[in-house]
Design a protein. Structure first.
Ligand SMILES: NC(=O)c1ccc[n+]([C@@H]2O[C@H](COP(=O)([O-])OP(=O)(O)OC[C@H]3O[C@@H](n4cnc5c(N)ncnc54)[C@H](O)[C@@H]3O)[C@@H](O)[C@H]2O)c1
Length: 266
């Protein structure tokens, strides 16, 4: 007998926190979370008066522990936490100064660790199960040129992910990551604005195009939802297939690059 009912993907009534939720991928996460019924808190250094969905902005510098703790005092204990704030500074190896290195480590790695640590302590004390989703990257696995500090942090995020999933599993707290490829945000807009750059870049992507922030948001929210109830310690690539292939499928003899993406000629 067929008795399984369609289950809605919902976070209705849940408290969801998104770091770096004012712009880009984090903003798309916050918007989707609001659509899924969550009470959304954005922790960010930057405010945006034009945010047009229900959420509460909490000014927070995630590189400062006291600021993180004060922000969680406002949000309360989260059911779902998206550790997403991050940056990438493009510099060749020899030009990556100690300042660039420290700044990148501080935001992408130390702040991710401290946000997770602060939230985990509160979730455990409240005996509240929940889900944490880190924003890692395809660069967690590769050595894209001119991004040595960024690549080191995103590889490091996987260390945080695996250890936190291990230690928090017994408390009913799942920890996973989304690993985006090239996604259109202010961090990457310059590349998207340069057809020769993206033509070449997207040649190596089976889907033949870059990604949109909402495509990462949907994957992240799946990981935070009950639909992923037995998933922890996992990384979910959201990269149009970029990391599954060595050279990519797009050839000039069989395809053309139009309006920002590759299309087969037949
Ligand atoms: N865009 C991509 O192609 C791509 C690919 C892979 C991974 N990522 C990762 O996705 C995450 C979001 O990147 P994005 O592309 O949306 O960038 P973005 O610049 O659009 O957004 C980053 C957000 O973080 C906030 N932020 C910066 N410093 C902060 C601080 N100290 N405290 C609190 N908030 C702070 C910014 O104000 C902004 O809202 C980053 O971790 C990035 O590494 C992006």
């Amino acid at each position: 007998m067929y008795i399984l009912k369609a289950m809605e993907l919902t976070l209705k009534g849940k408290t969801a926190v998104v770091t770096g939720g004012t712009h880009g991928i984090g903003r798309a996460m916050a918007r989707r979370l609001a659509a899924c019924g969550a009470h959304v808190f954005i922790f960010d250094i930057d405010a945006d008066d034009e945010i047009d969905f229900p959420c509460r902005y909490v000014r927070c510098d995630v590189t400062n522990r006291a600021s993180i703790e004060a922000a969680f005092d406002v949000s309360g204990v989260p059911d779902a936490l998206f550790i997403n704030a991050g940056t990438g500074i493009v510099k060749p190896l020899e030009e990556t100064t100690r300042e660039v290195w420290d700044k990148t480590i501080s935001l992408n790695l130390t702040a991710a660790f401290e946000t997770l640590q602060a939230a985990a302590a509160r979730m455990k004390a409240a005996k509240k199960p929940g889900a944490i989703v880190l924003t890692a990257s395809t660069n967690s696995y590769d050595g894209e040129e001119n991004l040595i500090a960024y690549n080191a942090t995103k590889a490091g995020v996987l260390g945080i992910l695996h250890t936190a999933a291990n230690e928090l599993g017994p408390y009913g707290i799942r920890v996973n990551s989304v690993n985006p490829g090239l996604i259109r945000t202010r961090l990457t807009q310059a590349a998207f604005d340069s057809p020769p750059v993206i033509k070449d870049y997207f040649r190596a992507i089976p889907m033949g195009r870059g990604g949109e922030p909402d495509e990462v948001a949907k994957a992240a929210i799946f990981l935070a939802s009950d639909w992923a109830s037995y998933i922890t310690g996992a990384t979910l690539l959201v990269d149009g297939g970029q990391l599954c292939c060595k050279f990519g499928p797009w050839k000039d003899t069989e395809a053309e690059f139009v309006e920002g993406h590759w299309r087969r000629l037949d």
